[in-house]
Design a protein around this ligand. Structure first.
Ligand code: GDP
Length: 479
């Protein structure tokens, strides 16, 4: 982490020039824009009886690129960003392909094979952006890194198969992220298709179809015959309009990395999704430890473009290294600022290797976490050997909720604790409880790395006892 003399002066409530003078008297010749490393800055601050604290990586970026509130009049409608989720083999990939192809006009032929990680289709002149990596794992992995880019989740359920374990996972991952769910009941062309059964099964997970008196939009479709695709797309537009999604295209861009890799000839290649502002060729950008001036941009049809506005995915060239999917990107004032910010993040990452990753919620120190953060919700992922235990635990634990703290089971399922569970817990600051199940080895290592608290029990009573005890600490003192 680093800070400029000017910024330090602000922190200390001094004029920049006064601080430069004071430093000069102590024999430190520093220009007002000079950057100080943390230790130097902390030592100076100590002279003024101020204790400096280090900020996390995200805070460096958010501080440097603090976003000013947009004026209502600058906001323009932006396309919705949609992700497709559901059980394996229910037709997520087929649906994404069918939507992509159904919307290619003849003139664009040839350009349609570009897979850059996201694509945009036009429905009566209204664009919709789809993330091209189906599944809730990719979605939650990005969320874990801080990227909240999705507005709507399409939950694909095969009409001949119904709600399956990953359908439930997808529902819970989408709900944990607060994303609107539209259900696509797929494979309607099959003789064994039974959409009513699907609707019936979804009720159990809080998704009640509109024609059953609920709020959930369900559209019967077939990725093979293309039946229903138009209605599905119309529904997406409708939901997007209700959500009044807006952004300000007239400012420096910011957004998220959708995917990135090293290309032998072209160097680091990243697909970015612009969330606000407009990205332009030549812009200096920072994405985690990667930085650089954008050399070229290509859209999802393989065309060179100079600009990309809100909710538009583009592939960019020119970064110094390969960023991670889910990293935020920001346009800097100039090349130098981009490099400096990236360097301070590299330095910070180096420190982090020695230091701890930020602690997530854990039963051991709930109390102190509440005191510092005012936590009002305890999120829990439950895995058990049989469905009966999952339900028993859900009921017992949710019953522990009281006025001050709400206990929320954000996901419950049968089977070993998987990496996907850890991802969800990490992204949602949850703990994981297992009954007569263990974490898969990779999940165990991942949980350690992410500092997710995993508790294993044989008896439900013991879990309830532990959490009740922890919750006593959760409660605000009553006078
Ligand atoms: P994913 O695992 O969810 O991405 O599922 P895929 O898109 O790979 O589809 C799994 C299988 O179901 C493939 O063999 C598809 O051809 C088939 N499939 C997908 N959609 C439909 C559909 O609407 N009707 C029929 N009959 N088959 C489908």
């Amino acid at each position: 982490a680093s800070i400029s003399v000017k910024e330090l002066a602000e922190v200390l409530g001094k004029k920049g020039s006064d601080l430069v003078m004071a430093l000069m008297k102590k024999g430190q010749m520093l220009n007002i824009n000079a950057t100080l490393d943390f230790d130097t800055a902390a030592a100076i601050a100590e002279d003024y009886n101020v204790i400096l604290e280090q900020e996390e990586e995200k805070d460096i970026l958010e501080t440097v690129f603090a976003e000013e509130e947009d004026d209502e009049k600058d906001l323009k409608e932006r396309p919705p960003v949609v992700v497709v989720m559901g059980h394996v083999d229910h037709g997520k990939t087929s649906l994404l392909d069918a939507i992509r192809h159904s919307n290619v006009t003849k003139g664009e032929a040839g350009g349609i094979t570009q897979h850059i990680g996201a694509y945009t289709v036009q429905i009566d002149g209204k664009p919709i952006t789809f993330l091209d990596t189906p599944g809730h794992e990719a979605f939650t992995a990005m969320r874990m890194r801080g990227a909240q880019i999705t507005d709507i989740a399409i939950l694909v359920v095969a009409a001949d198969d119904g709600v399956m374990p990953q359908t439930v996972e997808a529902i819970n991952h989408a709900k944990a992220a607060g994303v609107e769910i539209i259900v696509a009941i797929n494979k309607m062309d099959k003789p064994s298709a039974n959409p009513d059964r699907v609707k019936q099964e979804l009720v159990e997970y809080g998704l009640v179809a509109e024609d059953w008196g609920g709020q959930t939009i369900c559209v019967p479709v077939s990725a093979v015959t293309k039946e229903g695709l138009d209605s599905l797309l119309e529904m997406i537009i409708l939901v997007a309009e209700m959500k009044e999604l807006k952004a300000n295209p007239n400012k420096h861009a910011r957004g998220a990395i959708v995917e990135a890799q090293l290309d032998k000839g072209r160097g680091p290649v990243a697909t970015v999704l612009v969330q606000n502002g407009t990205l332009q060729v030549g812009d200096p950008i920072v994405a985690g430890a990667a930085y650089g001036k954008i050399r070229a941009m290509t859209d999802d049809k393989g065309r060179r473009v100079k600009k990309a506005g809100p909710s538009t995915p583009v592939e960019i060239l020119g970064l110094s290294e390969v960023p991670s999917a889910g990293d935020s990107f920001y346009v800097a004032e100039n090349d130098k600022q981009a490099r400096q910010v990236a360097e301070s993040i590299i330095a910070k990452n180096r420190e982090n290797m020695i230091k701890e990753t930020p602690q997530k919620v854990s039963l051991d120190d709930l109390f102190s976490q509440i005191q510092s953060g005012n936590m009002k919700e305890l999120n829990i992922v439950v895995k058990a050997d049989v469905q009966g235990s999952v339900e028993a635990v859900r009921q017992s634990l949710e019953r522990l909720s009281n006025e001050e703290v709400r206990v929320r089971i954000i996901h419950g399922g049968v089977g070993a604790i998987t990496e996907s569970d850890v991802m969800l817990a990490s992204a949602s600051n949850a703990i994981i409880i297992g009954f007569n199940v263990r974490p898969e080895p990779a999940a165990k290592a991942f949980a350690d790395e992410e500092k997710v608290d995993v508790r294993l029990y044989r008896v439900i009573y013991n879990a309830i006892e532990d959490i009740t005890a922890a919750m006593k600490g959760l409660l605000d003192p009553v006078f």
